[in-house]
Design a protein around this ligand. Sequence first.
Ligand code: GCB
Length: 588
Amino acid sequence: MLKPRPTPTRELVNLDGLWRFTLDTVAGSHPWSGPLETSLEVAVPASYNDLFTDSAIRDHVGWVWYQRQVRVPRGWTGERIMLRVDAATHEGRVYVNDTLVAEHVGGYTPFEADITGLVRPGQEFRLTIGVGNELTNVTIPPGTITVTEDGGRRQTYLHDFYNYAGLARSVWLYSLPPVHVTDVTVVTSLDGTVEYAVETSEPAPVRVRVVDATGAEIAAADGASGTVRVENAVLWRPGAAYLYDLVVEVPDQDIYPQPFGVRTVEVKGTQVLINGEPFYFTGFGKHEDSPVRGKGHDNAYLVHDFQLMDWIGANSFRTSHYPYAEEVLEFADRHGIVVIDETAAVGLNLSIEAGLTGAAKRPTFSPETLNDETQEAHAQAIRELIARDKNHPSVVMWCIANEPSSNEEGAREYFEPLVELTRKLDPTRPVCYATVMFATYDNDLIADLFDVVCLNRYYGWYVATGDLATAETYLEADLRGWAQKYGKPIMMTEYGADTMPGVHSVWDIPWTEEYQAACLAMHHRVFDRIDALVGEHVWNFADFQTTGAIHRIDGNKKGVFTRERRPKAAAHALRARWTSLGDRKPSK
Ligand code: GCB
């Protein structure tokens, strides 16, 4: 799905700002059929949960309503008029005046509606967006709704971040010429060959031009698909981005520039190669999370987070545990940061439920739990992720799930078709999933289907807590086991320790700043002894909000930075390591 951009043939109106807001509390009411009766206003983009003081809003399970008036620019006569919601977490329903124009399930990917027939250039309409936050056994991510003793509804889920909801990304009104470009796919080779495929709203002649970063046209071709050749192509490299535009034209109708980089990704033996050269990932699993905004996209945090990643020597991150705002990927494209792009398939693991909630043990994959319908929702999440992000040079790998119960019966039947689908939709990028601690090289049932073994491990924290010597032997045995069995590259997608800033000790005491630094250093000693290791992503870049739990202090504290982005001691230690690693890790 193309990102809306202003071009000579397209105009764009941003609808962010303050909207009227209310909870859906009256069953059977139709809040979209008139002005919302409310004094509440809500910020867009932002998760709504932490904006208000009322816990009934923060903990609400169900639908909420956003509403505002929108005026269509008067010059849009004869154009198609489109409405685009960058994300409605987790489900959206869009009404133009009284008419339902779009419904979408999946909280982190965009959707849009053609509203041409319902609105008039120069005139206003009432835009109402319902947003539902319920997670069930057939949503991605999954969750469970229980009814409490007092009759209230409670949402539980097995992922470790707060279920922020609402319109956390931008909403747009934009115009399209009657005949327009609907999709562009670009695949590049190191010799400068650019394969492209363009789709249009109806059959029409297509012309493409490649424009370099100075604005000069350097190649052109006719036809909806084919190849163009960029002579002496400047490669998109980690740390040295270079972007071209494929300017797609439907003559006399539409112009759409699609940025792209010339680069390749490939897995060979135990290496991940970017542009044919081994790449070693340094960086983090992140979250879209900040005080007050929740998951609301914020350009100030975007800039600052990338500054901190640069400061610390991170060359990459994983969009744990859902697709991030497109602005984030575009920033990574422009600044040469490498991205592992993840779906929202997190918490597909009922084997940990019994331990966490005391509930009876249930199988993860079964008709009553995660079933064919869940798998279809997961497939849709993969389709929408790839449709949105396929042209980003920064994205080098798809991560289709975080910590599924991959050692449980049914895992292979569930995942095999999803891996096939991912490869069919994008044959150019490796595919991975992040493996949970309980899935070992001995009992995991799906690792052979994927290109890179990605491991989330918490030695020194959940296992061998406070005992780094034991943790070191466990970690090394674990990594060697995977290396020996699979012969694939191994990426450490999570490791770390919760840390309260300001707590110190001369001993190995969990939660202290020194312990976090020592725990990471222990991991790095082991990593440097494992040939197949291709990268290290610390969990997490920054502290983030979760549901309340006895092992969480106002959220997860495994950040190397606090939630306000202040460095803990480990940040300085990581900086010392990562800024002296160069392109590769030290010889093993
Ligand atoms: C994990 C999860 C991550 C959690 C982390 C933790 O394995 O992938 O979402 O936040 O552990 O800190 O427990």
